[in-house]
Design a protein around this ligand. Structure first.
Ligand SMILES: NC(=O)c1ccc[n+]([C@@H]2O[C@H](COP(=O)([O-])OP(=O)(O)OC[C@H]3O[C@@H](n4cnc5c(N)ncnc54)[C@H](O)[C@@H]3O)[C@@H](O)[C@H]2O)c1
Length: 257
């Protein structure tokens, strides 16, 4: 018996990066995992199955209500229950407000924030049906401190934090817990894409890591372990809050090695 034996989880944006690390960690802890992504998620599922776990991939755009409804229906239709939702899918736009169109702004907000509204509305009846559950929203260090050149992203991650608190109040009595996991600089395709905007990506990464007390890139598995805890019954009593996993980044105003 492991921490999540018998539980069923949806992880959005689980085809790669942090979502993939979380999907693998939840599956290793015993959950059946529905890998939700607009990109192909078969590699994530293959690894889950290779480890003896259960899961399948659903193609879904988390910003689209009909696709989110179909995703939740597929999870419950296959496994008969839903216990955990990890809202991880996210996008970053490296654009100042003057460089952004209204459509650019709206897309970041739709994928990063509206998606949580949509998945939560669809999942709630099923979480209530099993007597409670856990919703884990992947926010960011950008929920607390801003990054240059990413105003829509920073605004969206601030919104994720407050939406999580508001939901925790509304559903606490129903034993449905809402928390945020806030990653620091994590080695994923999103980070590598972001760095490509710099003249010298390697130098830019080294500069960013100079401000991290732990001095290293985080890995998706680091977030996976934290996600297992927050989604498990070990975290009963923890709701409406955030766990920052950032190697000390947000503790730091200045840091000289
Ligand atoms: N990498 C970091 O340093 C970092 C730091 C802080 C927070 N985060 C957050 O962690 C989460 C995951 O980031 P990552 O670095 O793994 O990103 P990533 O770009 O490497 O992976 C994101 C995944 O989400 C999927 N996705 C994007 N839009 C989607 C949509 N509309 N519907 C369904 N799936 C969609 C992508 O296809 C991809 O598989 C994001 O919410 C991100 O903001 C990342």
């Amino acid at each position: 018996m492991t921490a999540l034996t018998g539980k069923v989880a949806i992880v959005t944006g689980a085809a790669r990066g942090i979502g993939q690390g979380i999907a693998w960690a939840l599956a290793s802890a015993g959950a059946a995992v529905v890998v939700a992504d607009q990109a192909e998620g078969t590699a994530t599922v293959a690894q889950i199955q290779a480890q003896g776990g259960q899961g399948f991939w659903v193609r879904a755009d988390v910003a689209c209500e009909a696709e989110v409804a179909a995703l939740v229906a597929a999870a419950v239709g296959t496994y008969g229950r839903l216990d955990i939702v990890v809202n991880n899918a996210g996008v970053v736009a490296v654009q100042t407000v003057e460089e952004s169109s209204v459509e650019d702004w709206d897309r970041v907000m739709a994928v990063n924030v509206r998606s949580i509204f949509l998945t939560t509305r669809q999942a709630l009846p099923h979480l209530r049906a099993v007597g409670g559950g856990a919703v884990l929203n992947i926010a960011s260090v950008s929920s607390f401190v801003a990054q240059q050149g990413t105003p829509a992203y920073c605004a969206s991650k601030g919104a994720v934090l407050m939406l999580t608190k508001a939901l925790a109040l509304d559903y606490g009595r129903q034993r449905i817990r809402f928390n945020c996991l806030c990653p620091g600089i994590t080695d994923t395709p999103m980070l590598r894409d972001h760095l490509r905007h710099a003249e010298d990506p390697a130098a830019q990464l080294a500069r960013r890591l100079e401000r991290v007390p732990a001095g290293e890139l985080l890995l998706p598995a680091d977030l996976g372990r934290a996600a297992v805890f927050l989604c498990s019954d070990e975290a009963q009593g923890i709701t409406g809050t955030s766990l920052v996993v950032d190697g000390g980044y947000t503790a730091c105003a200045e840091f000289a090695v």
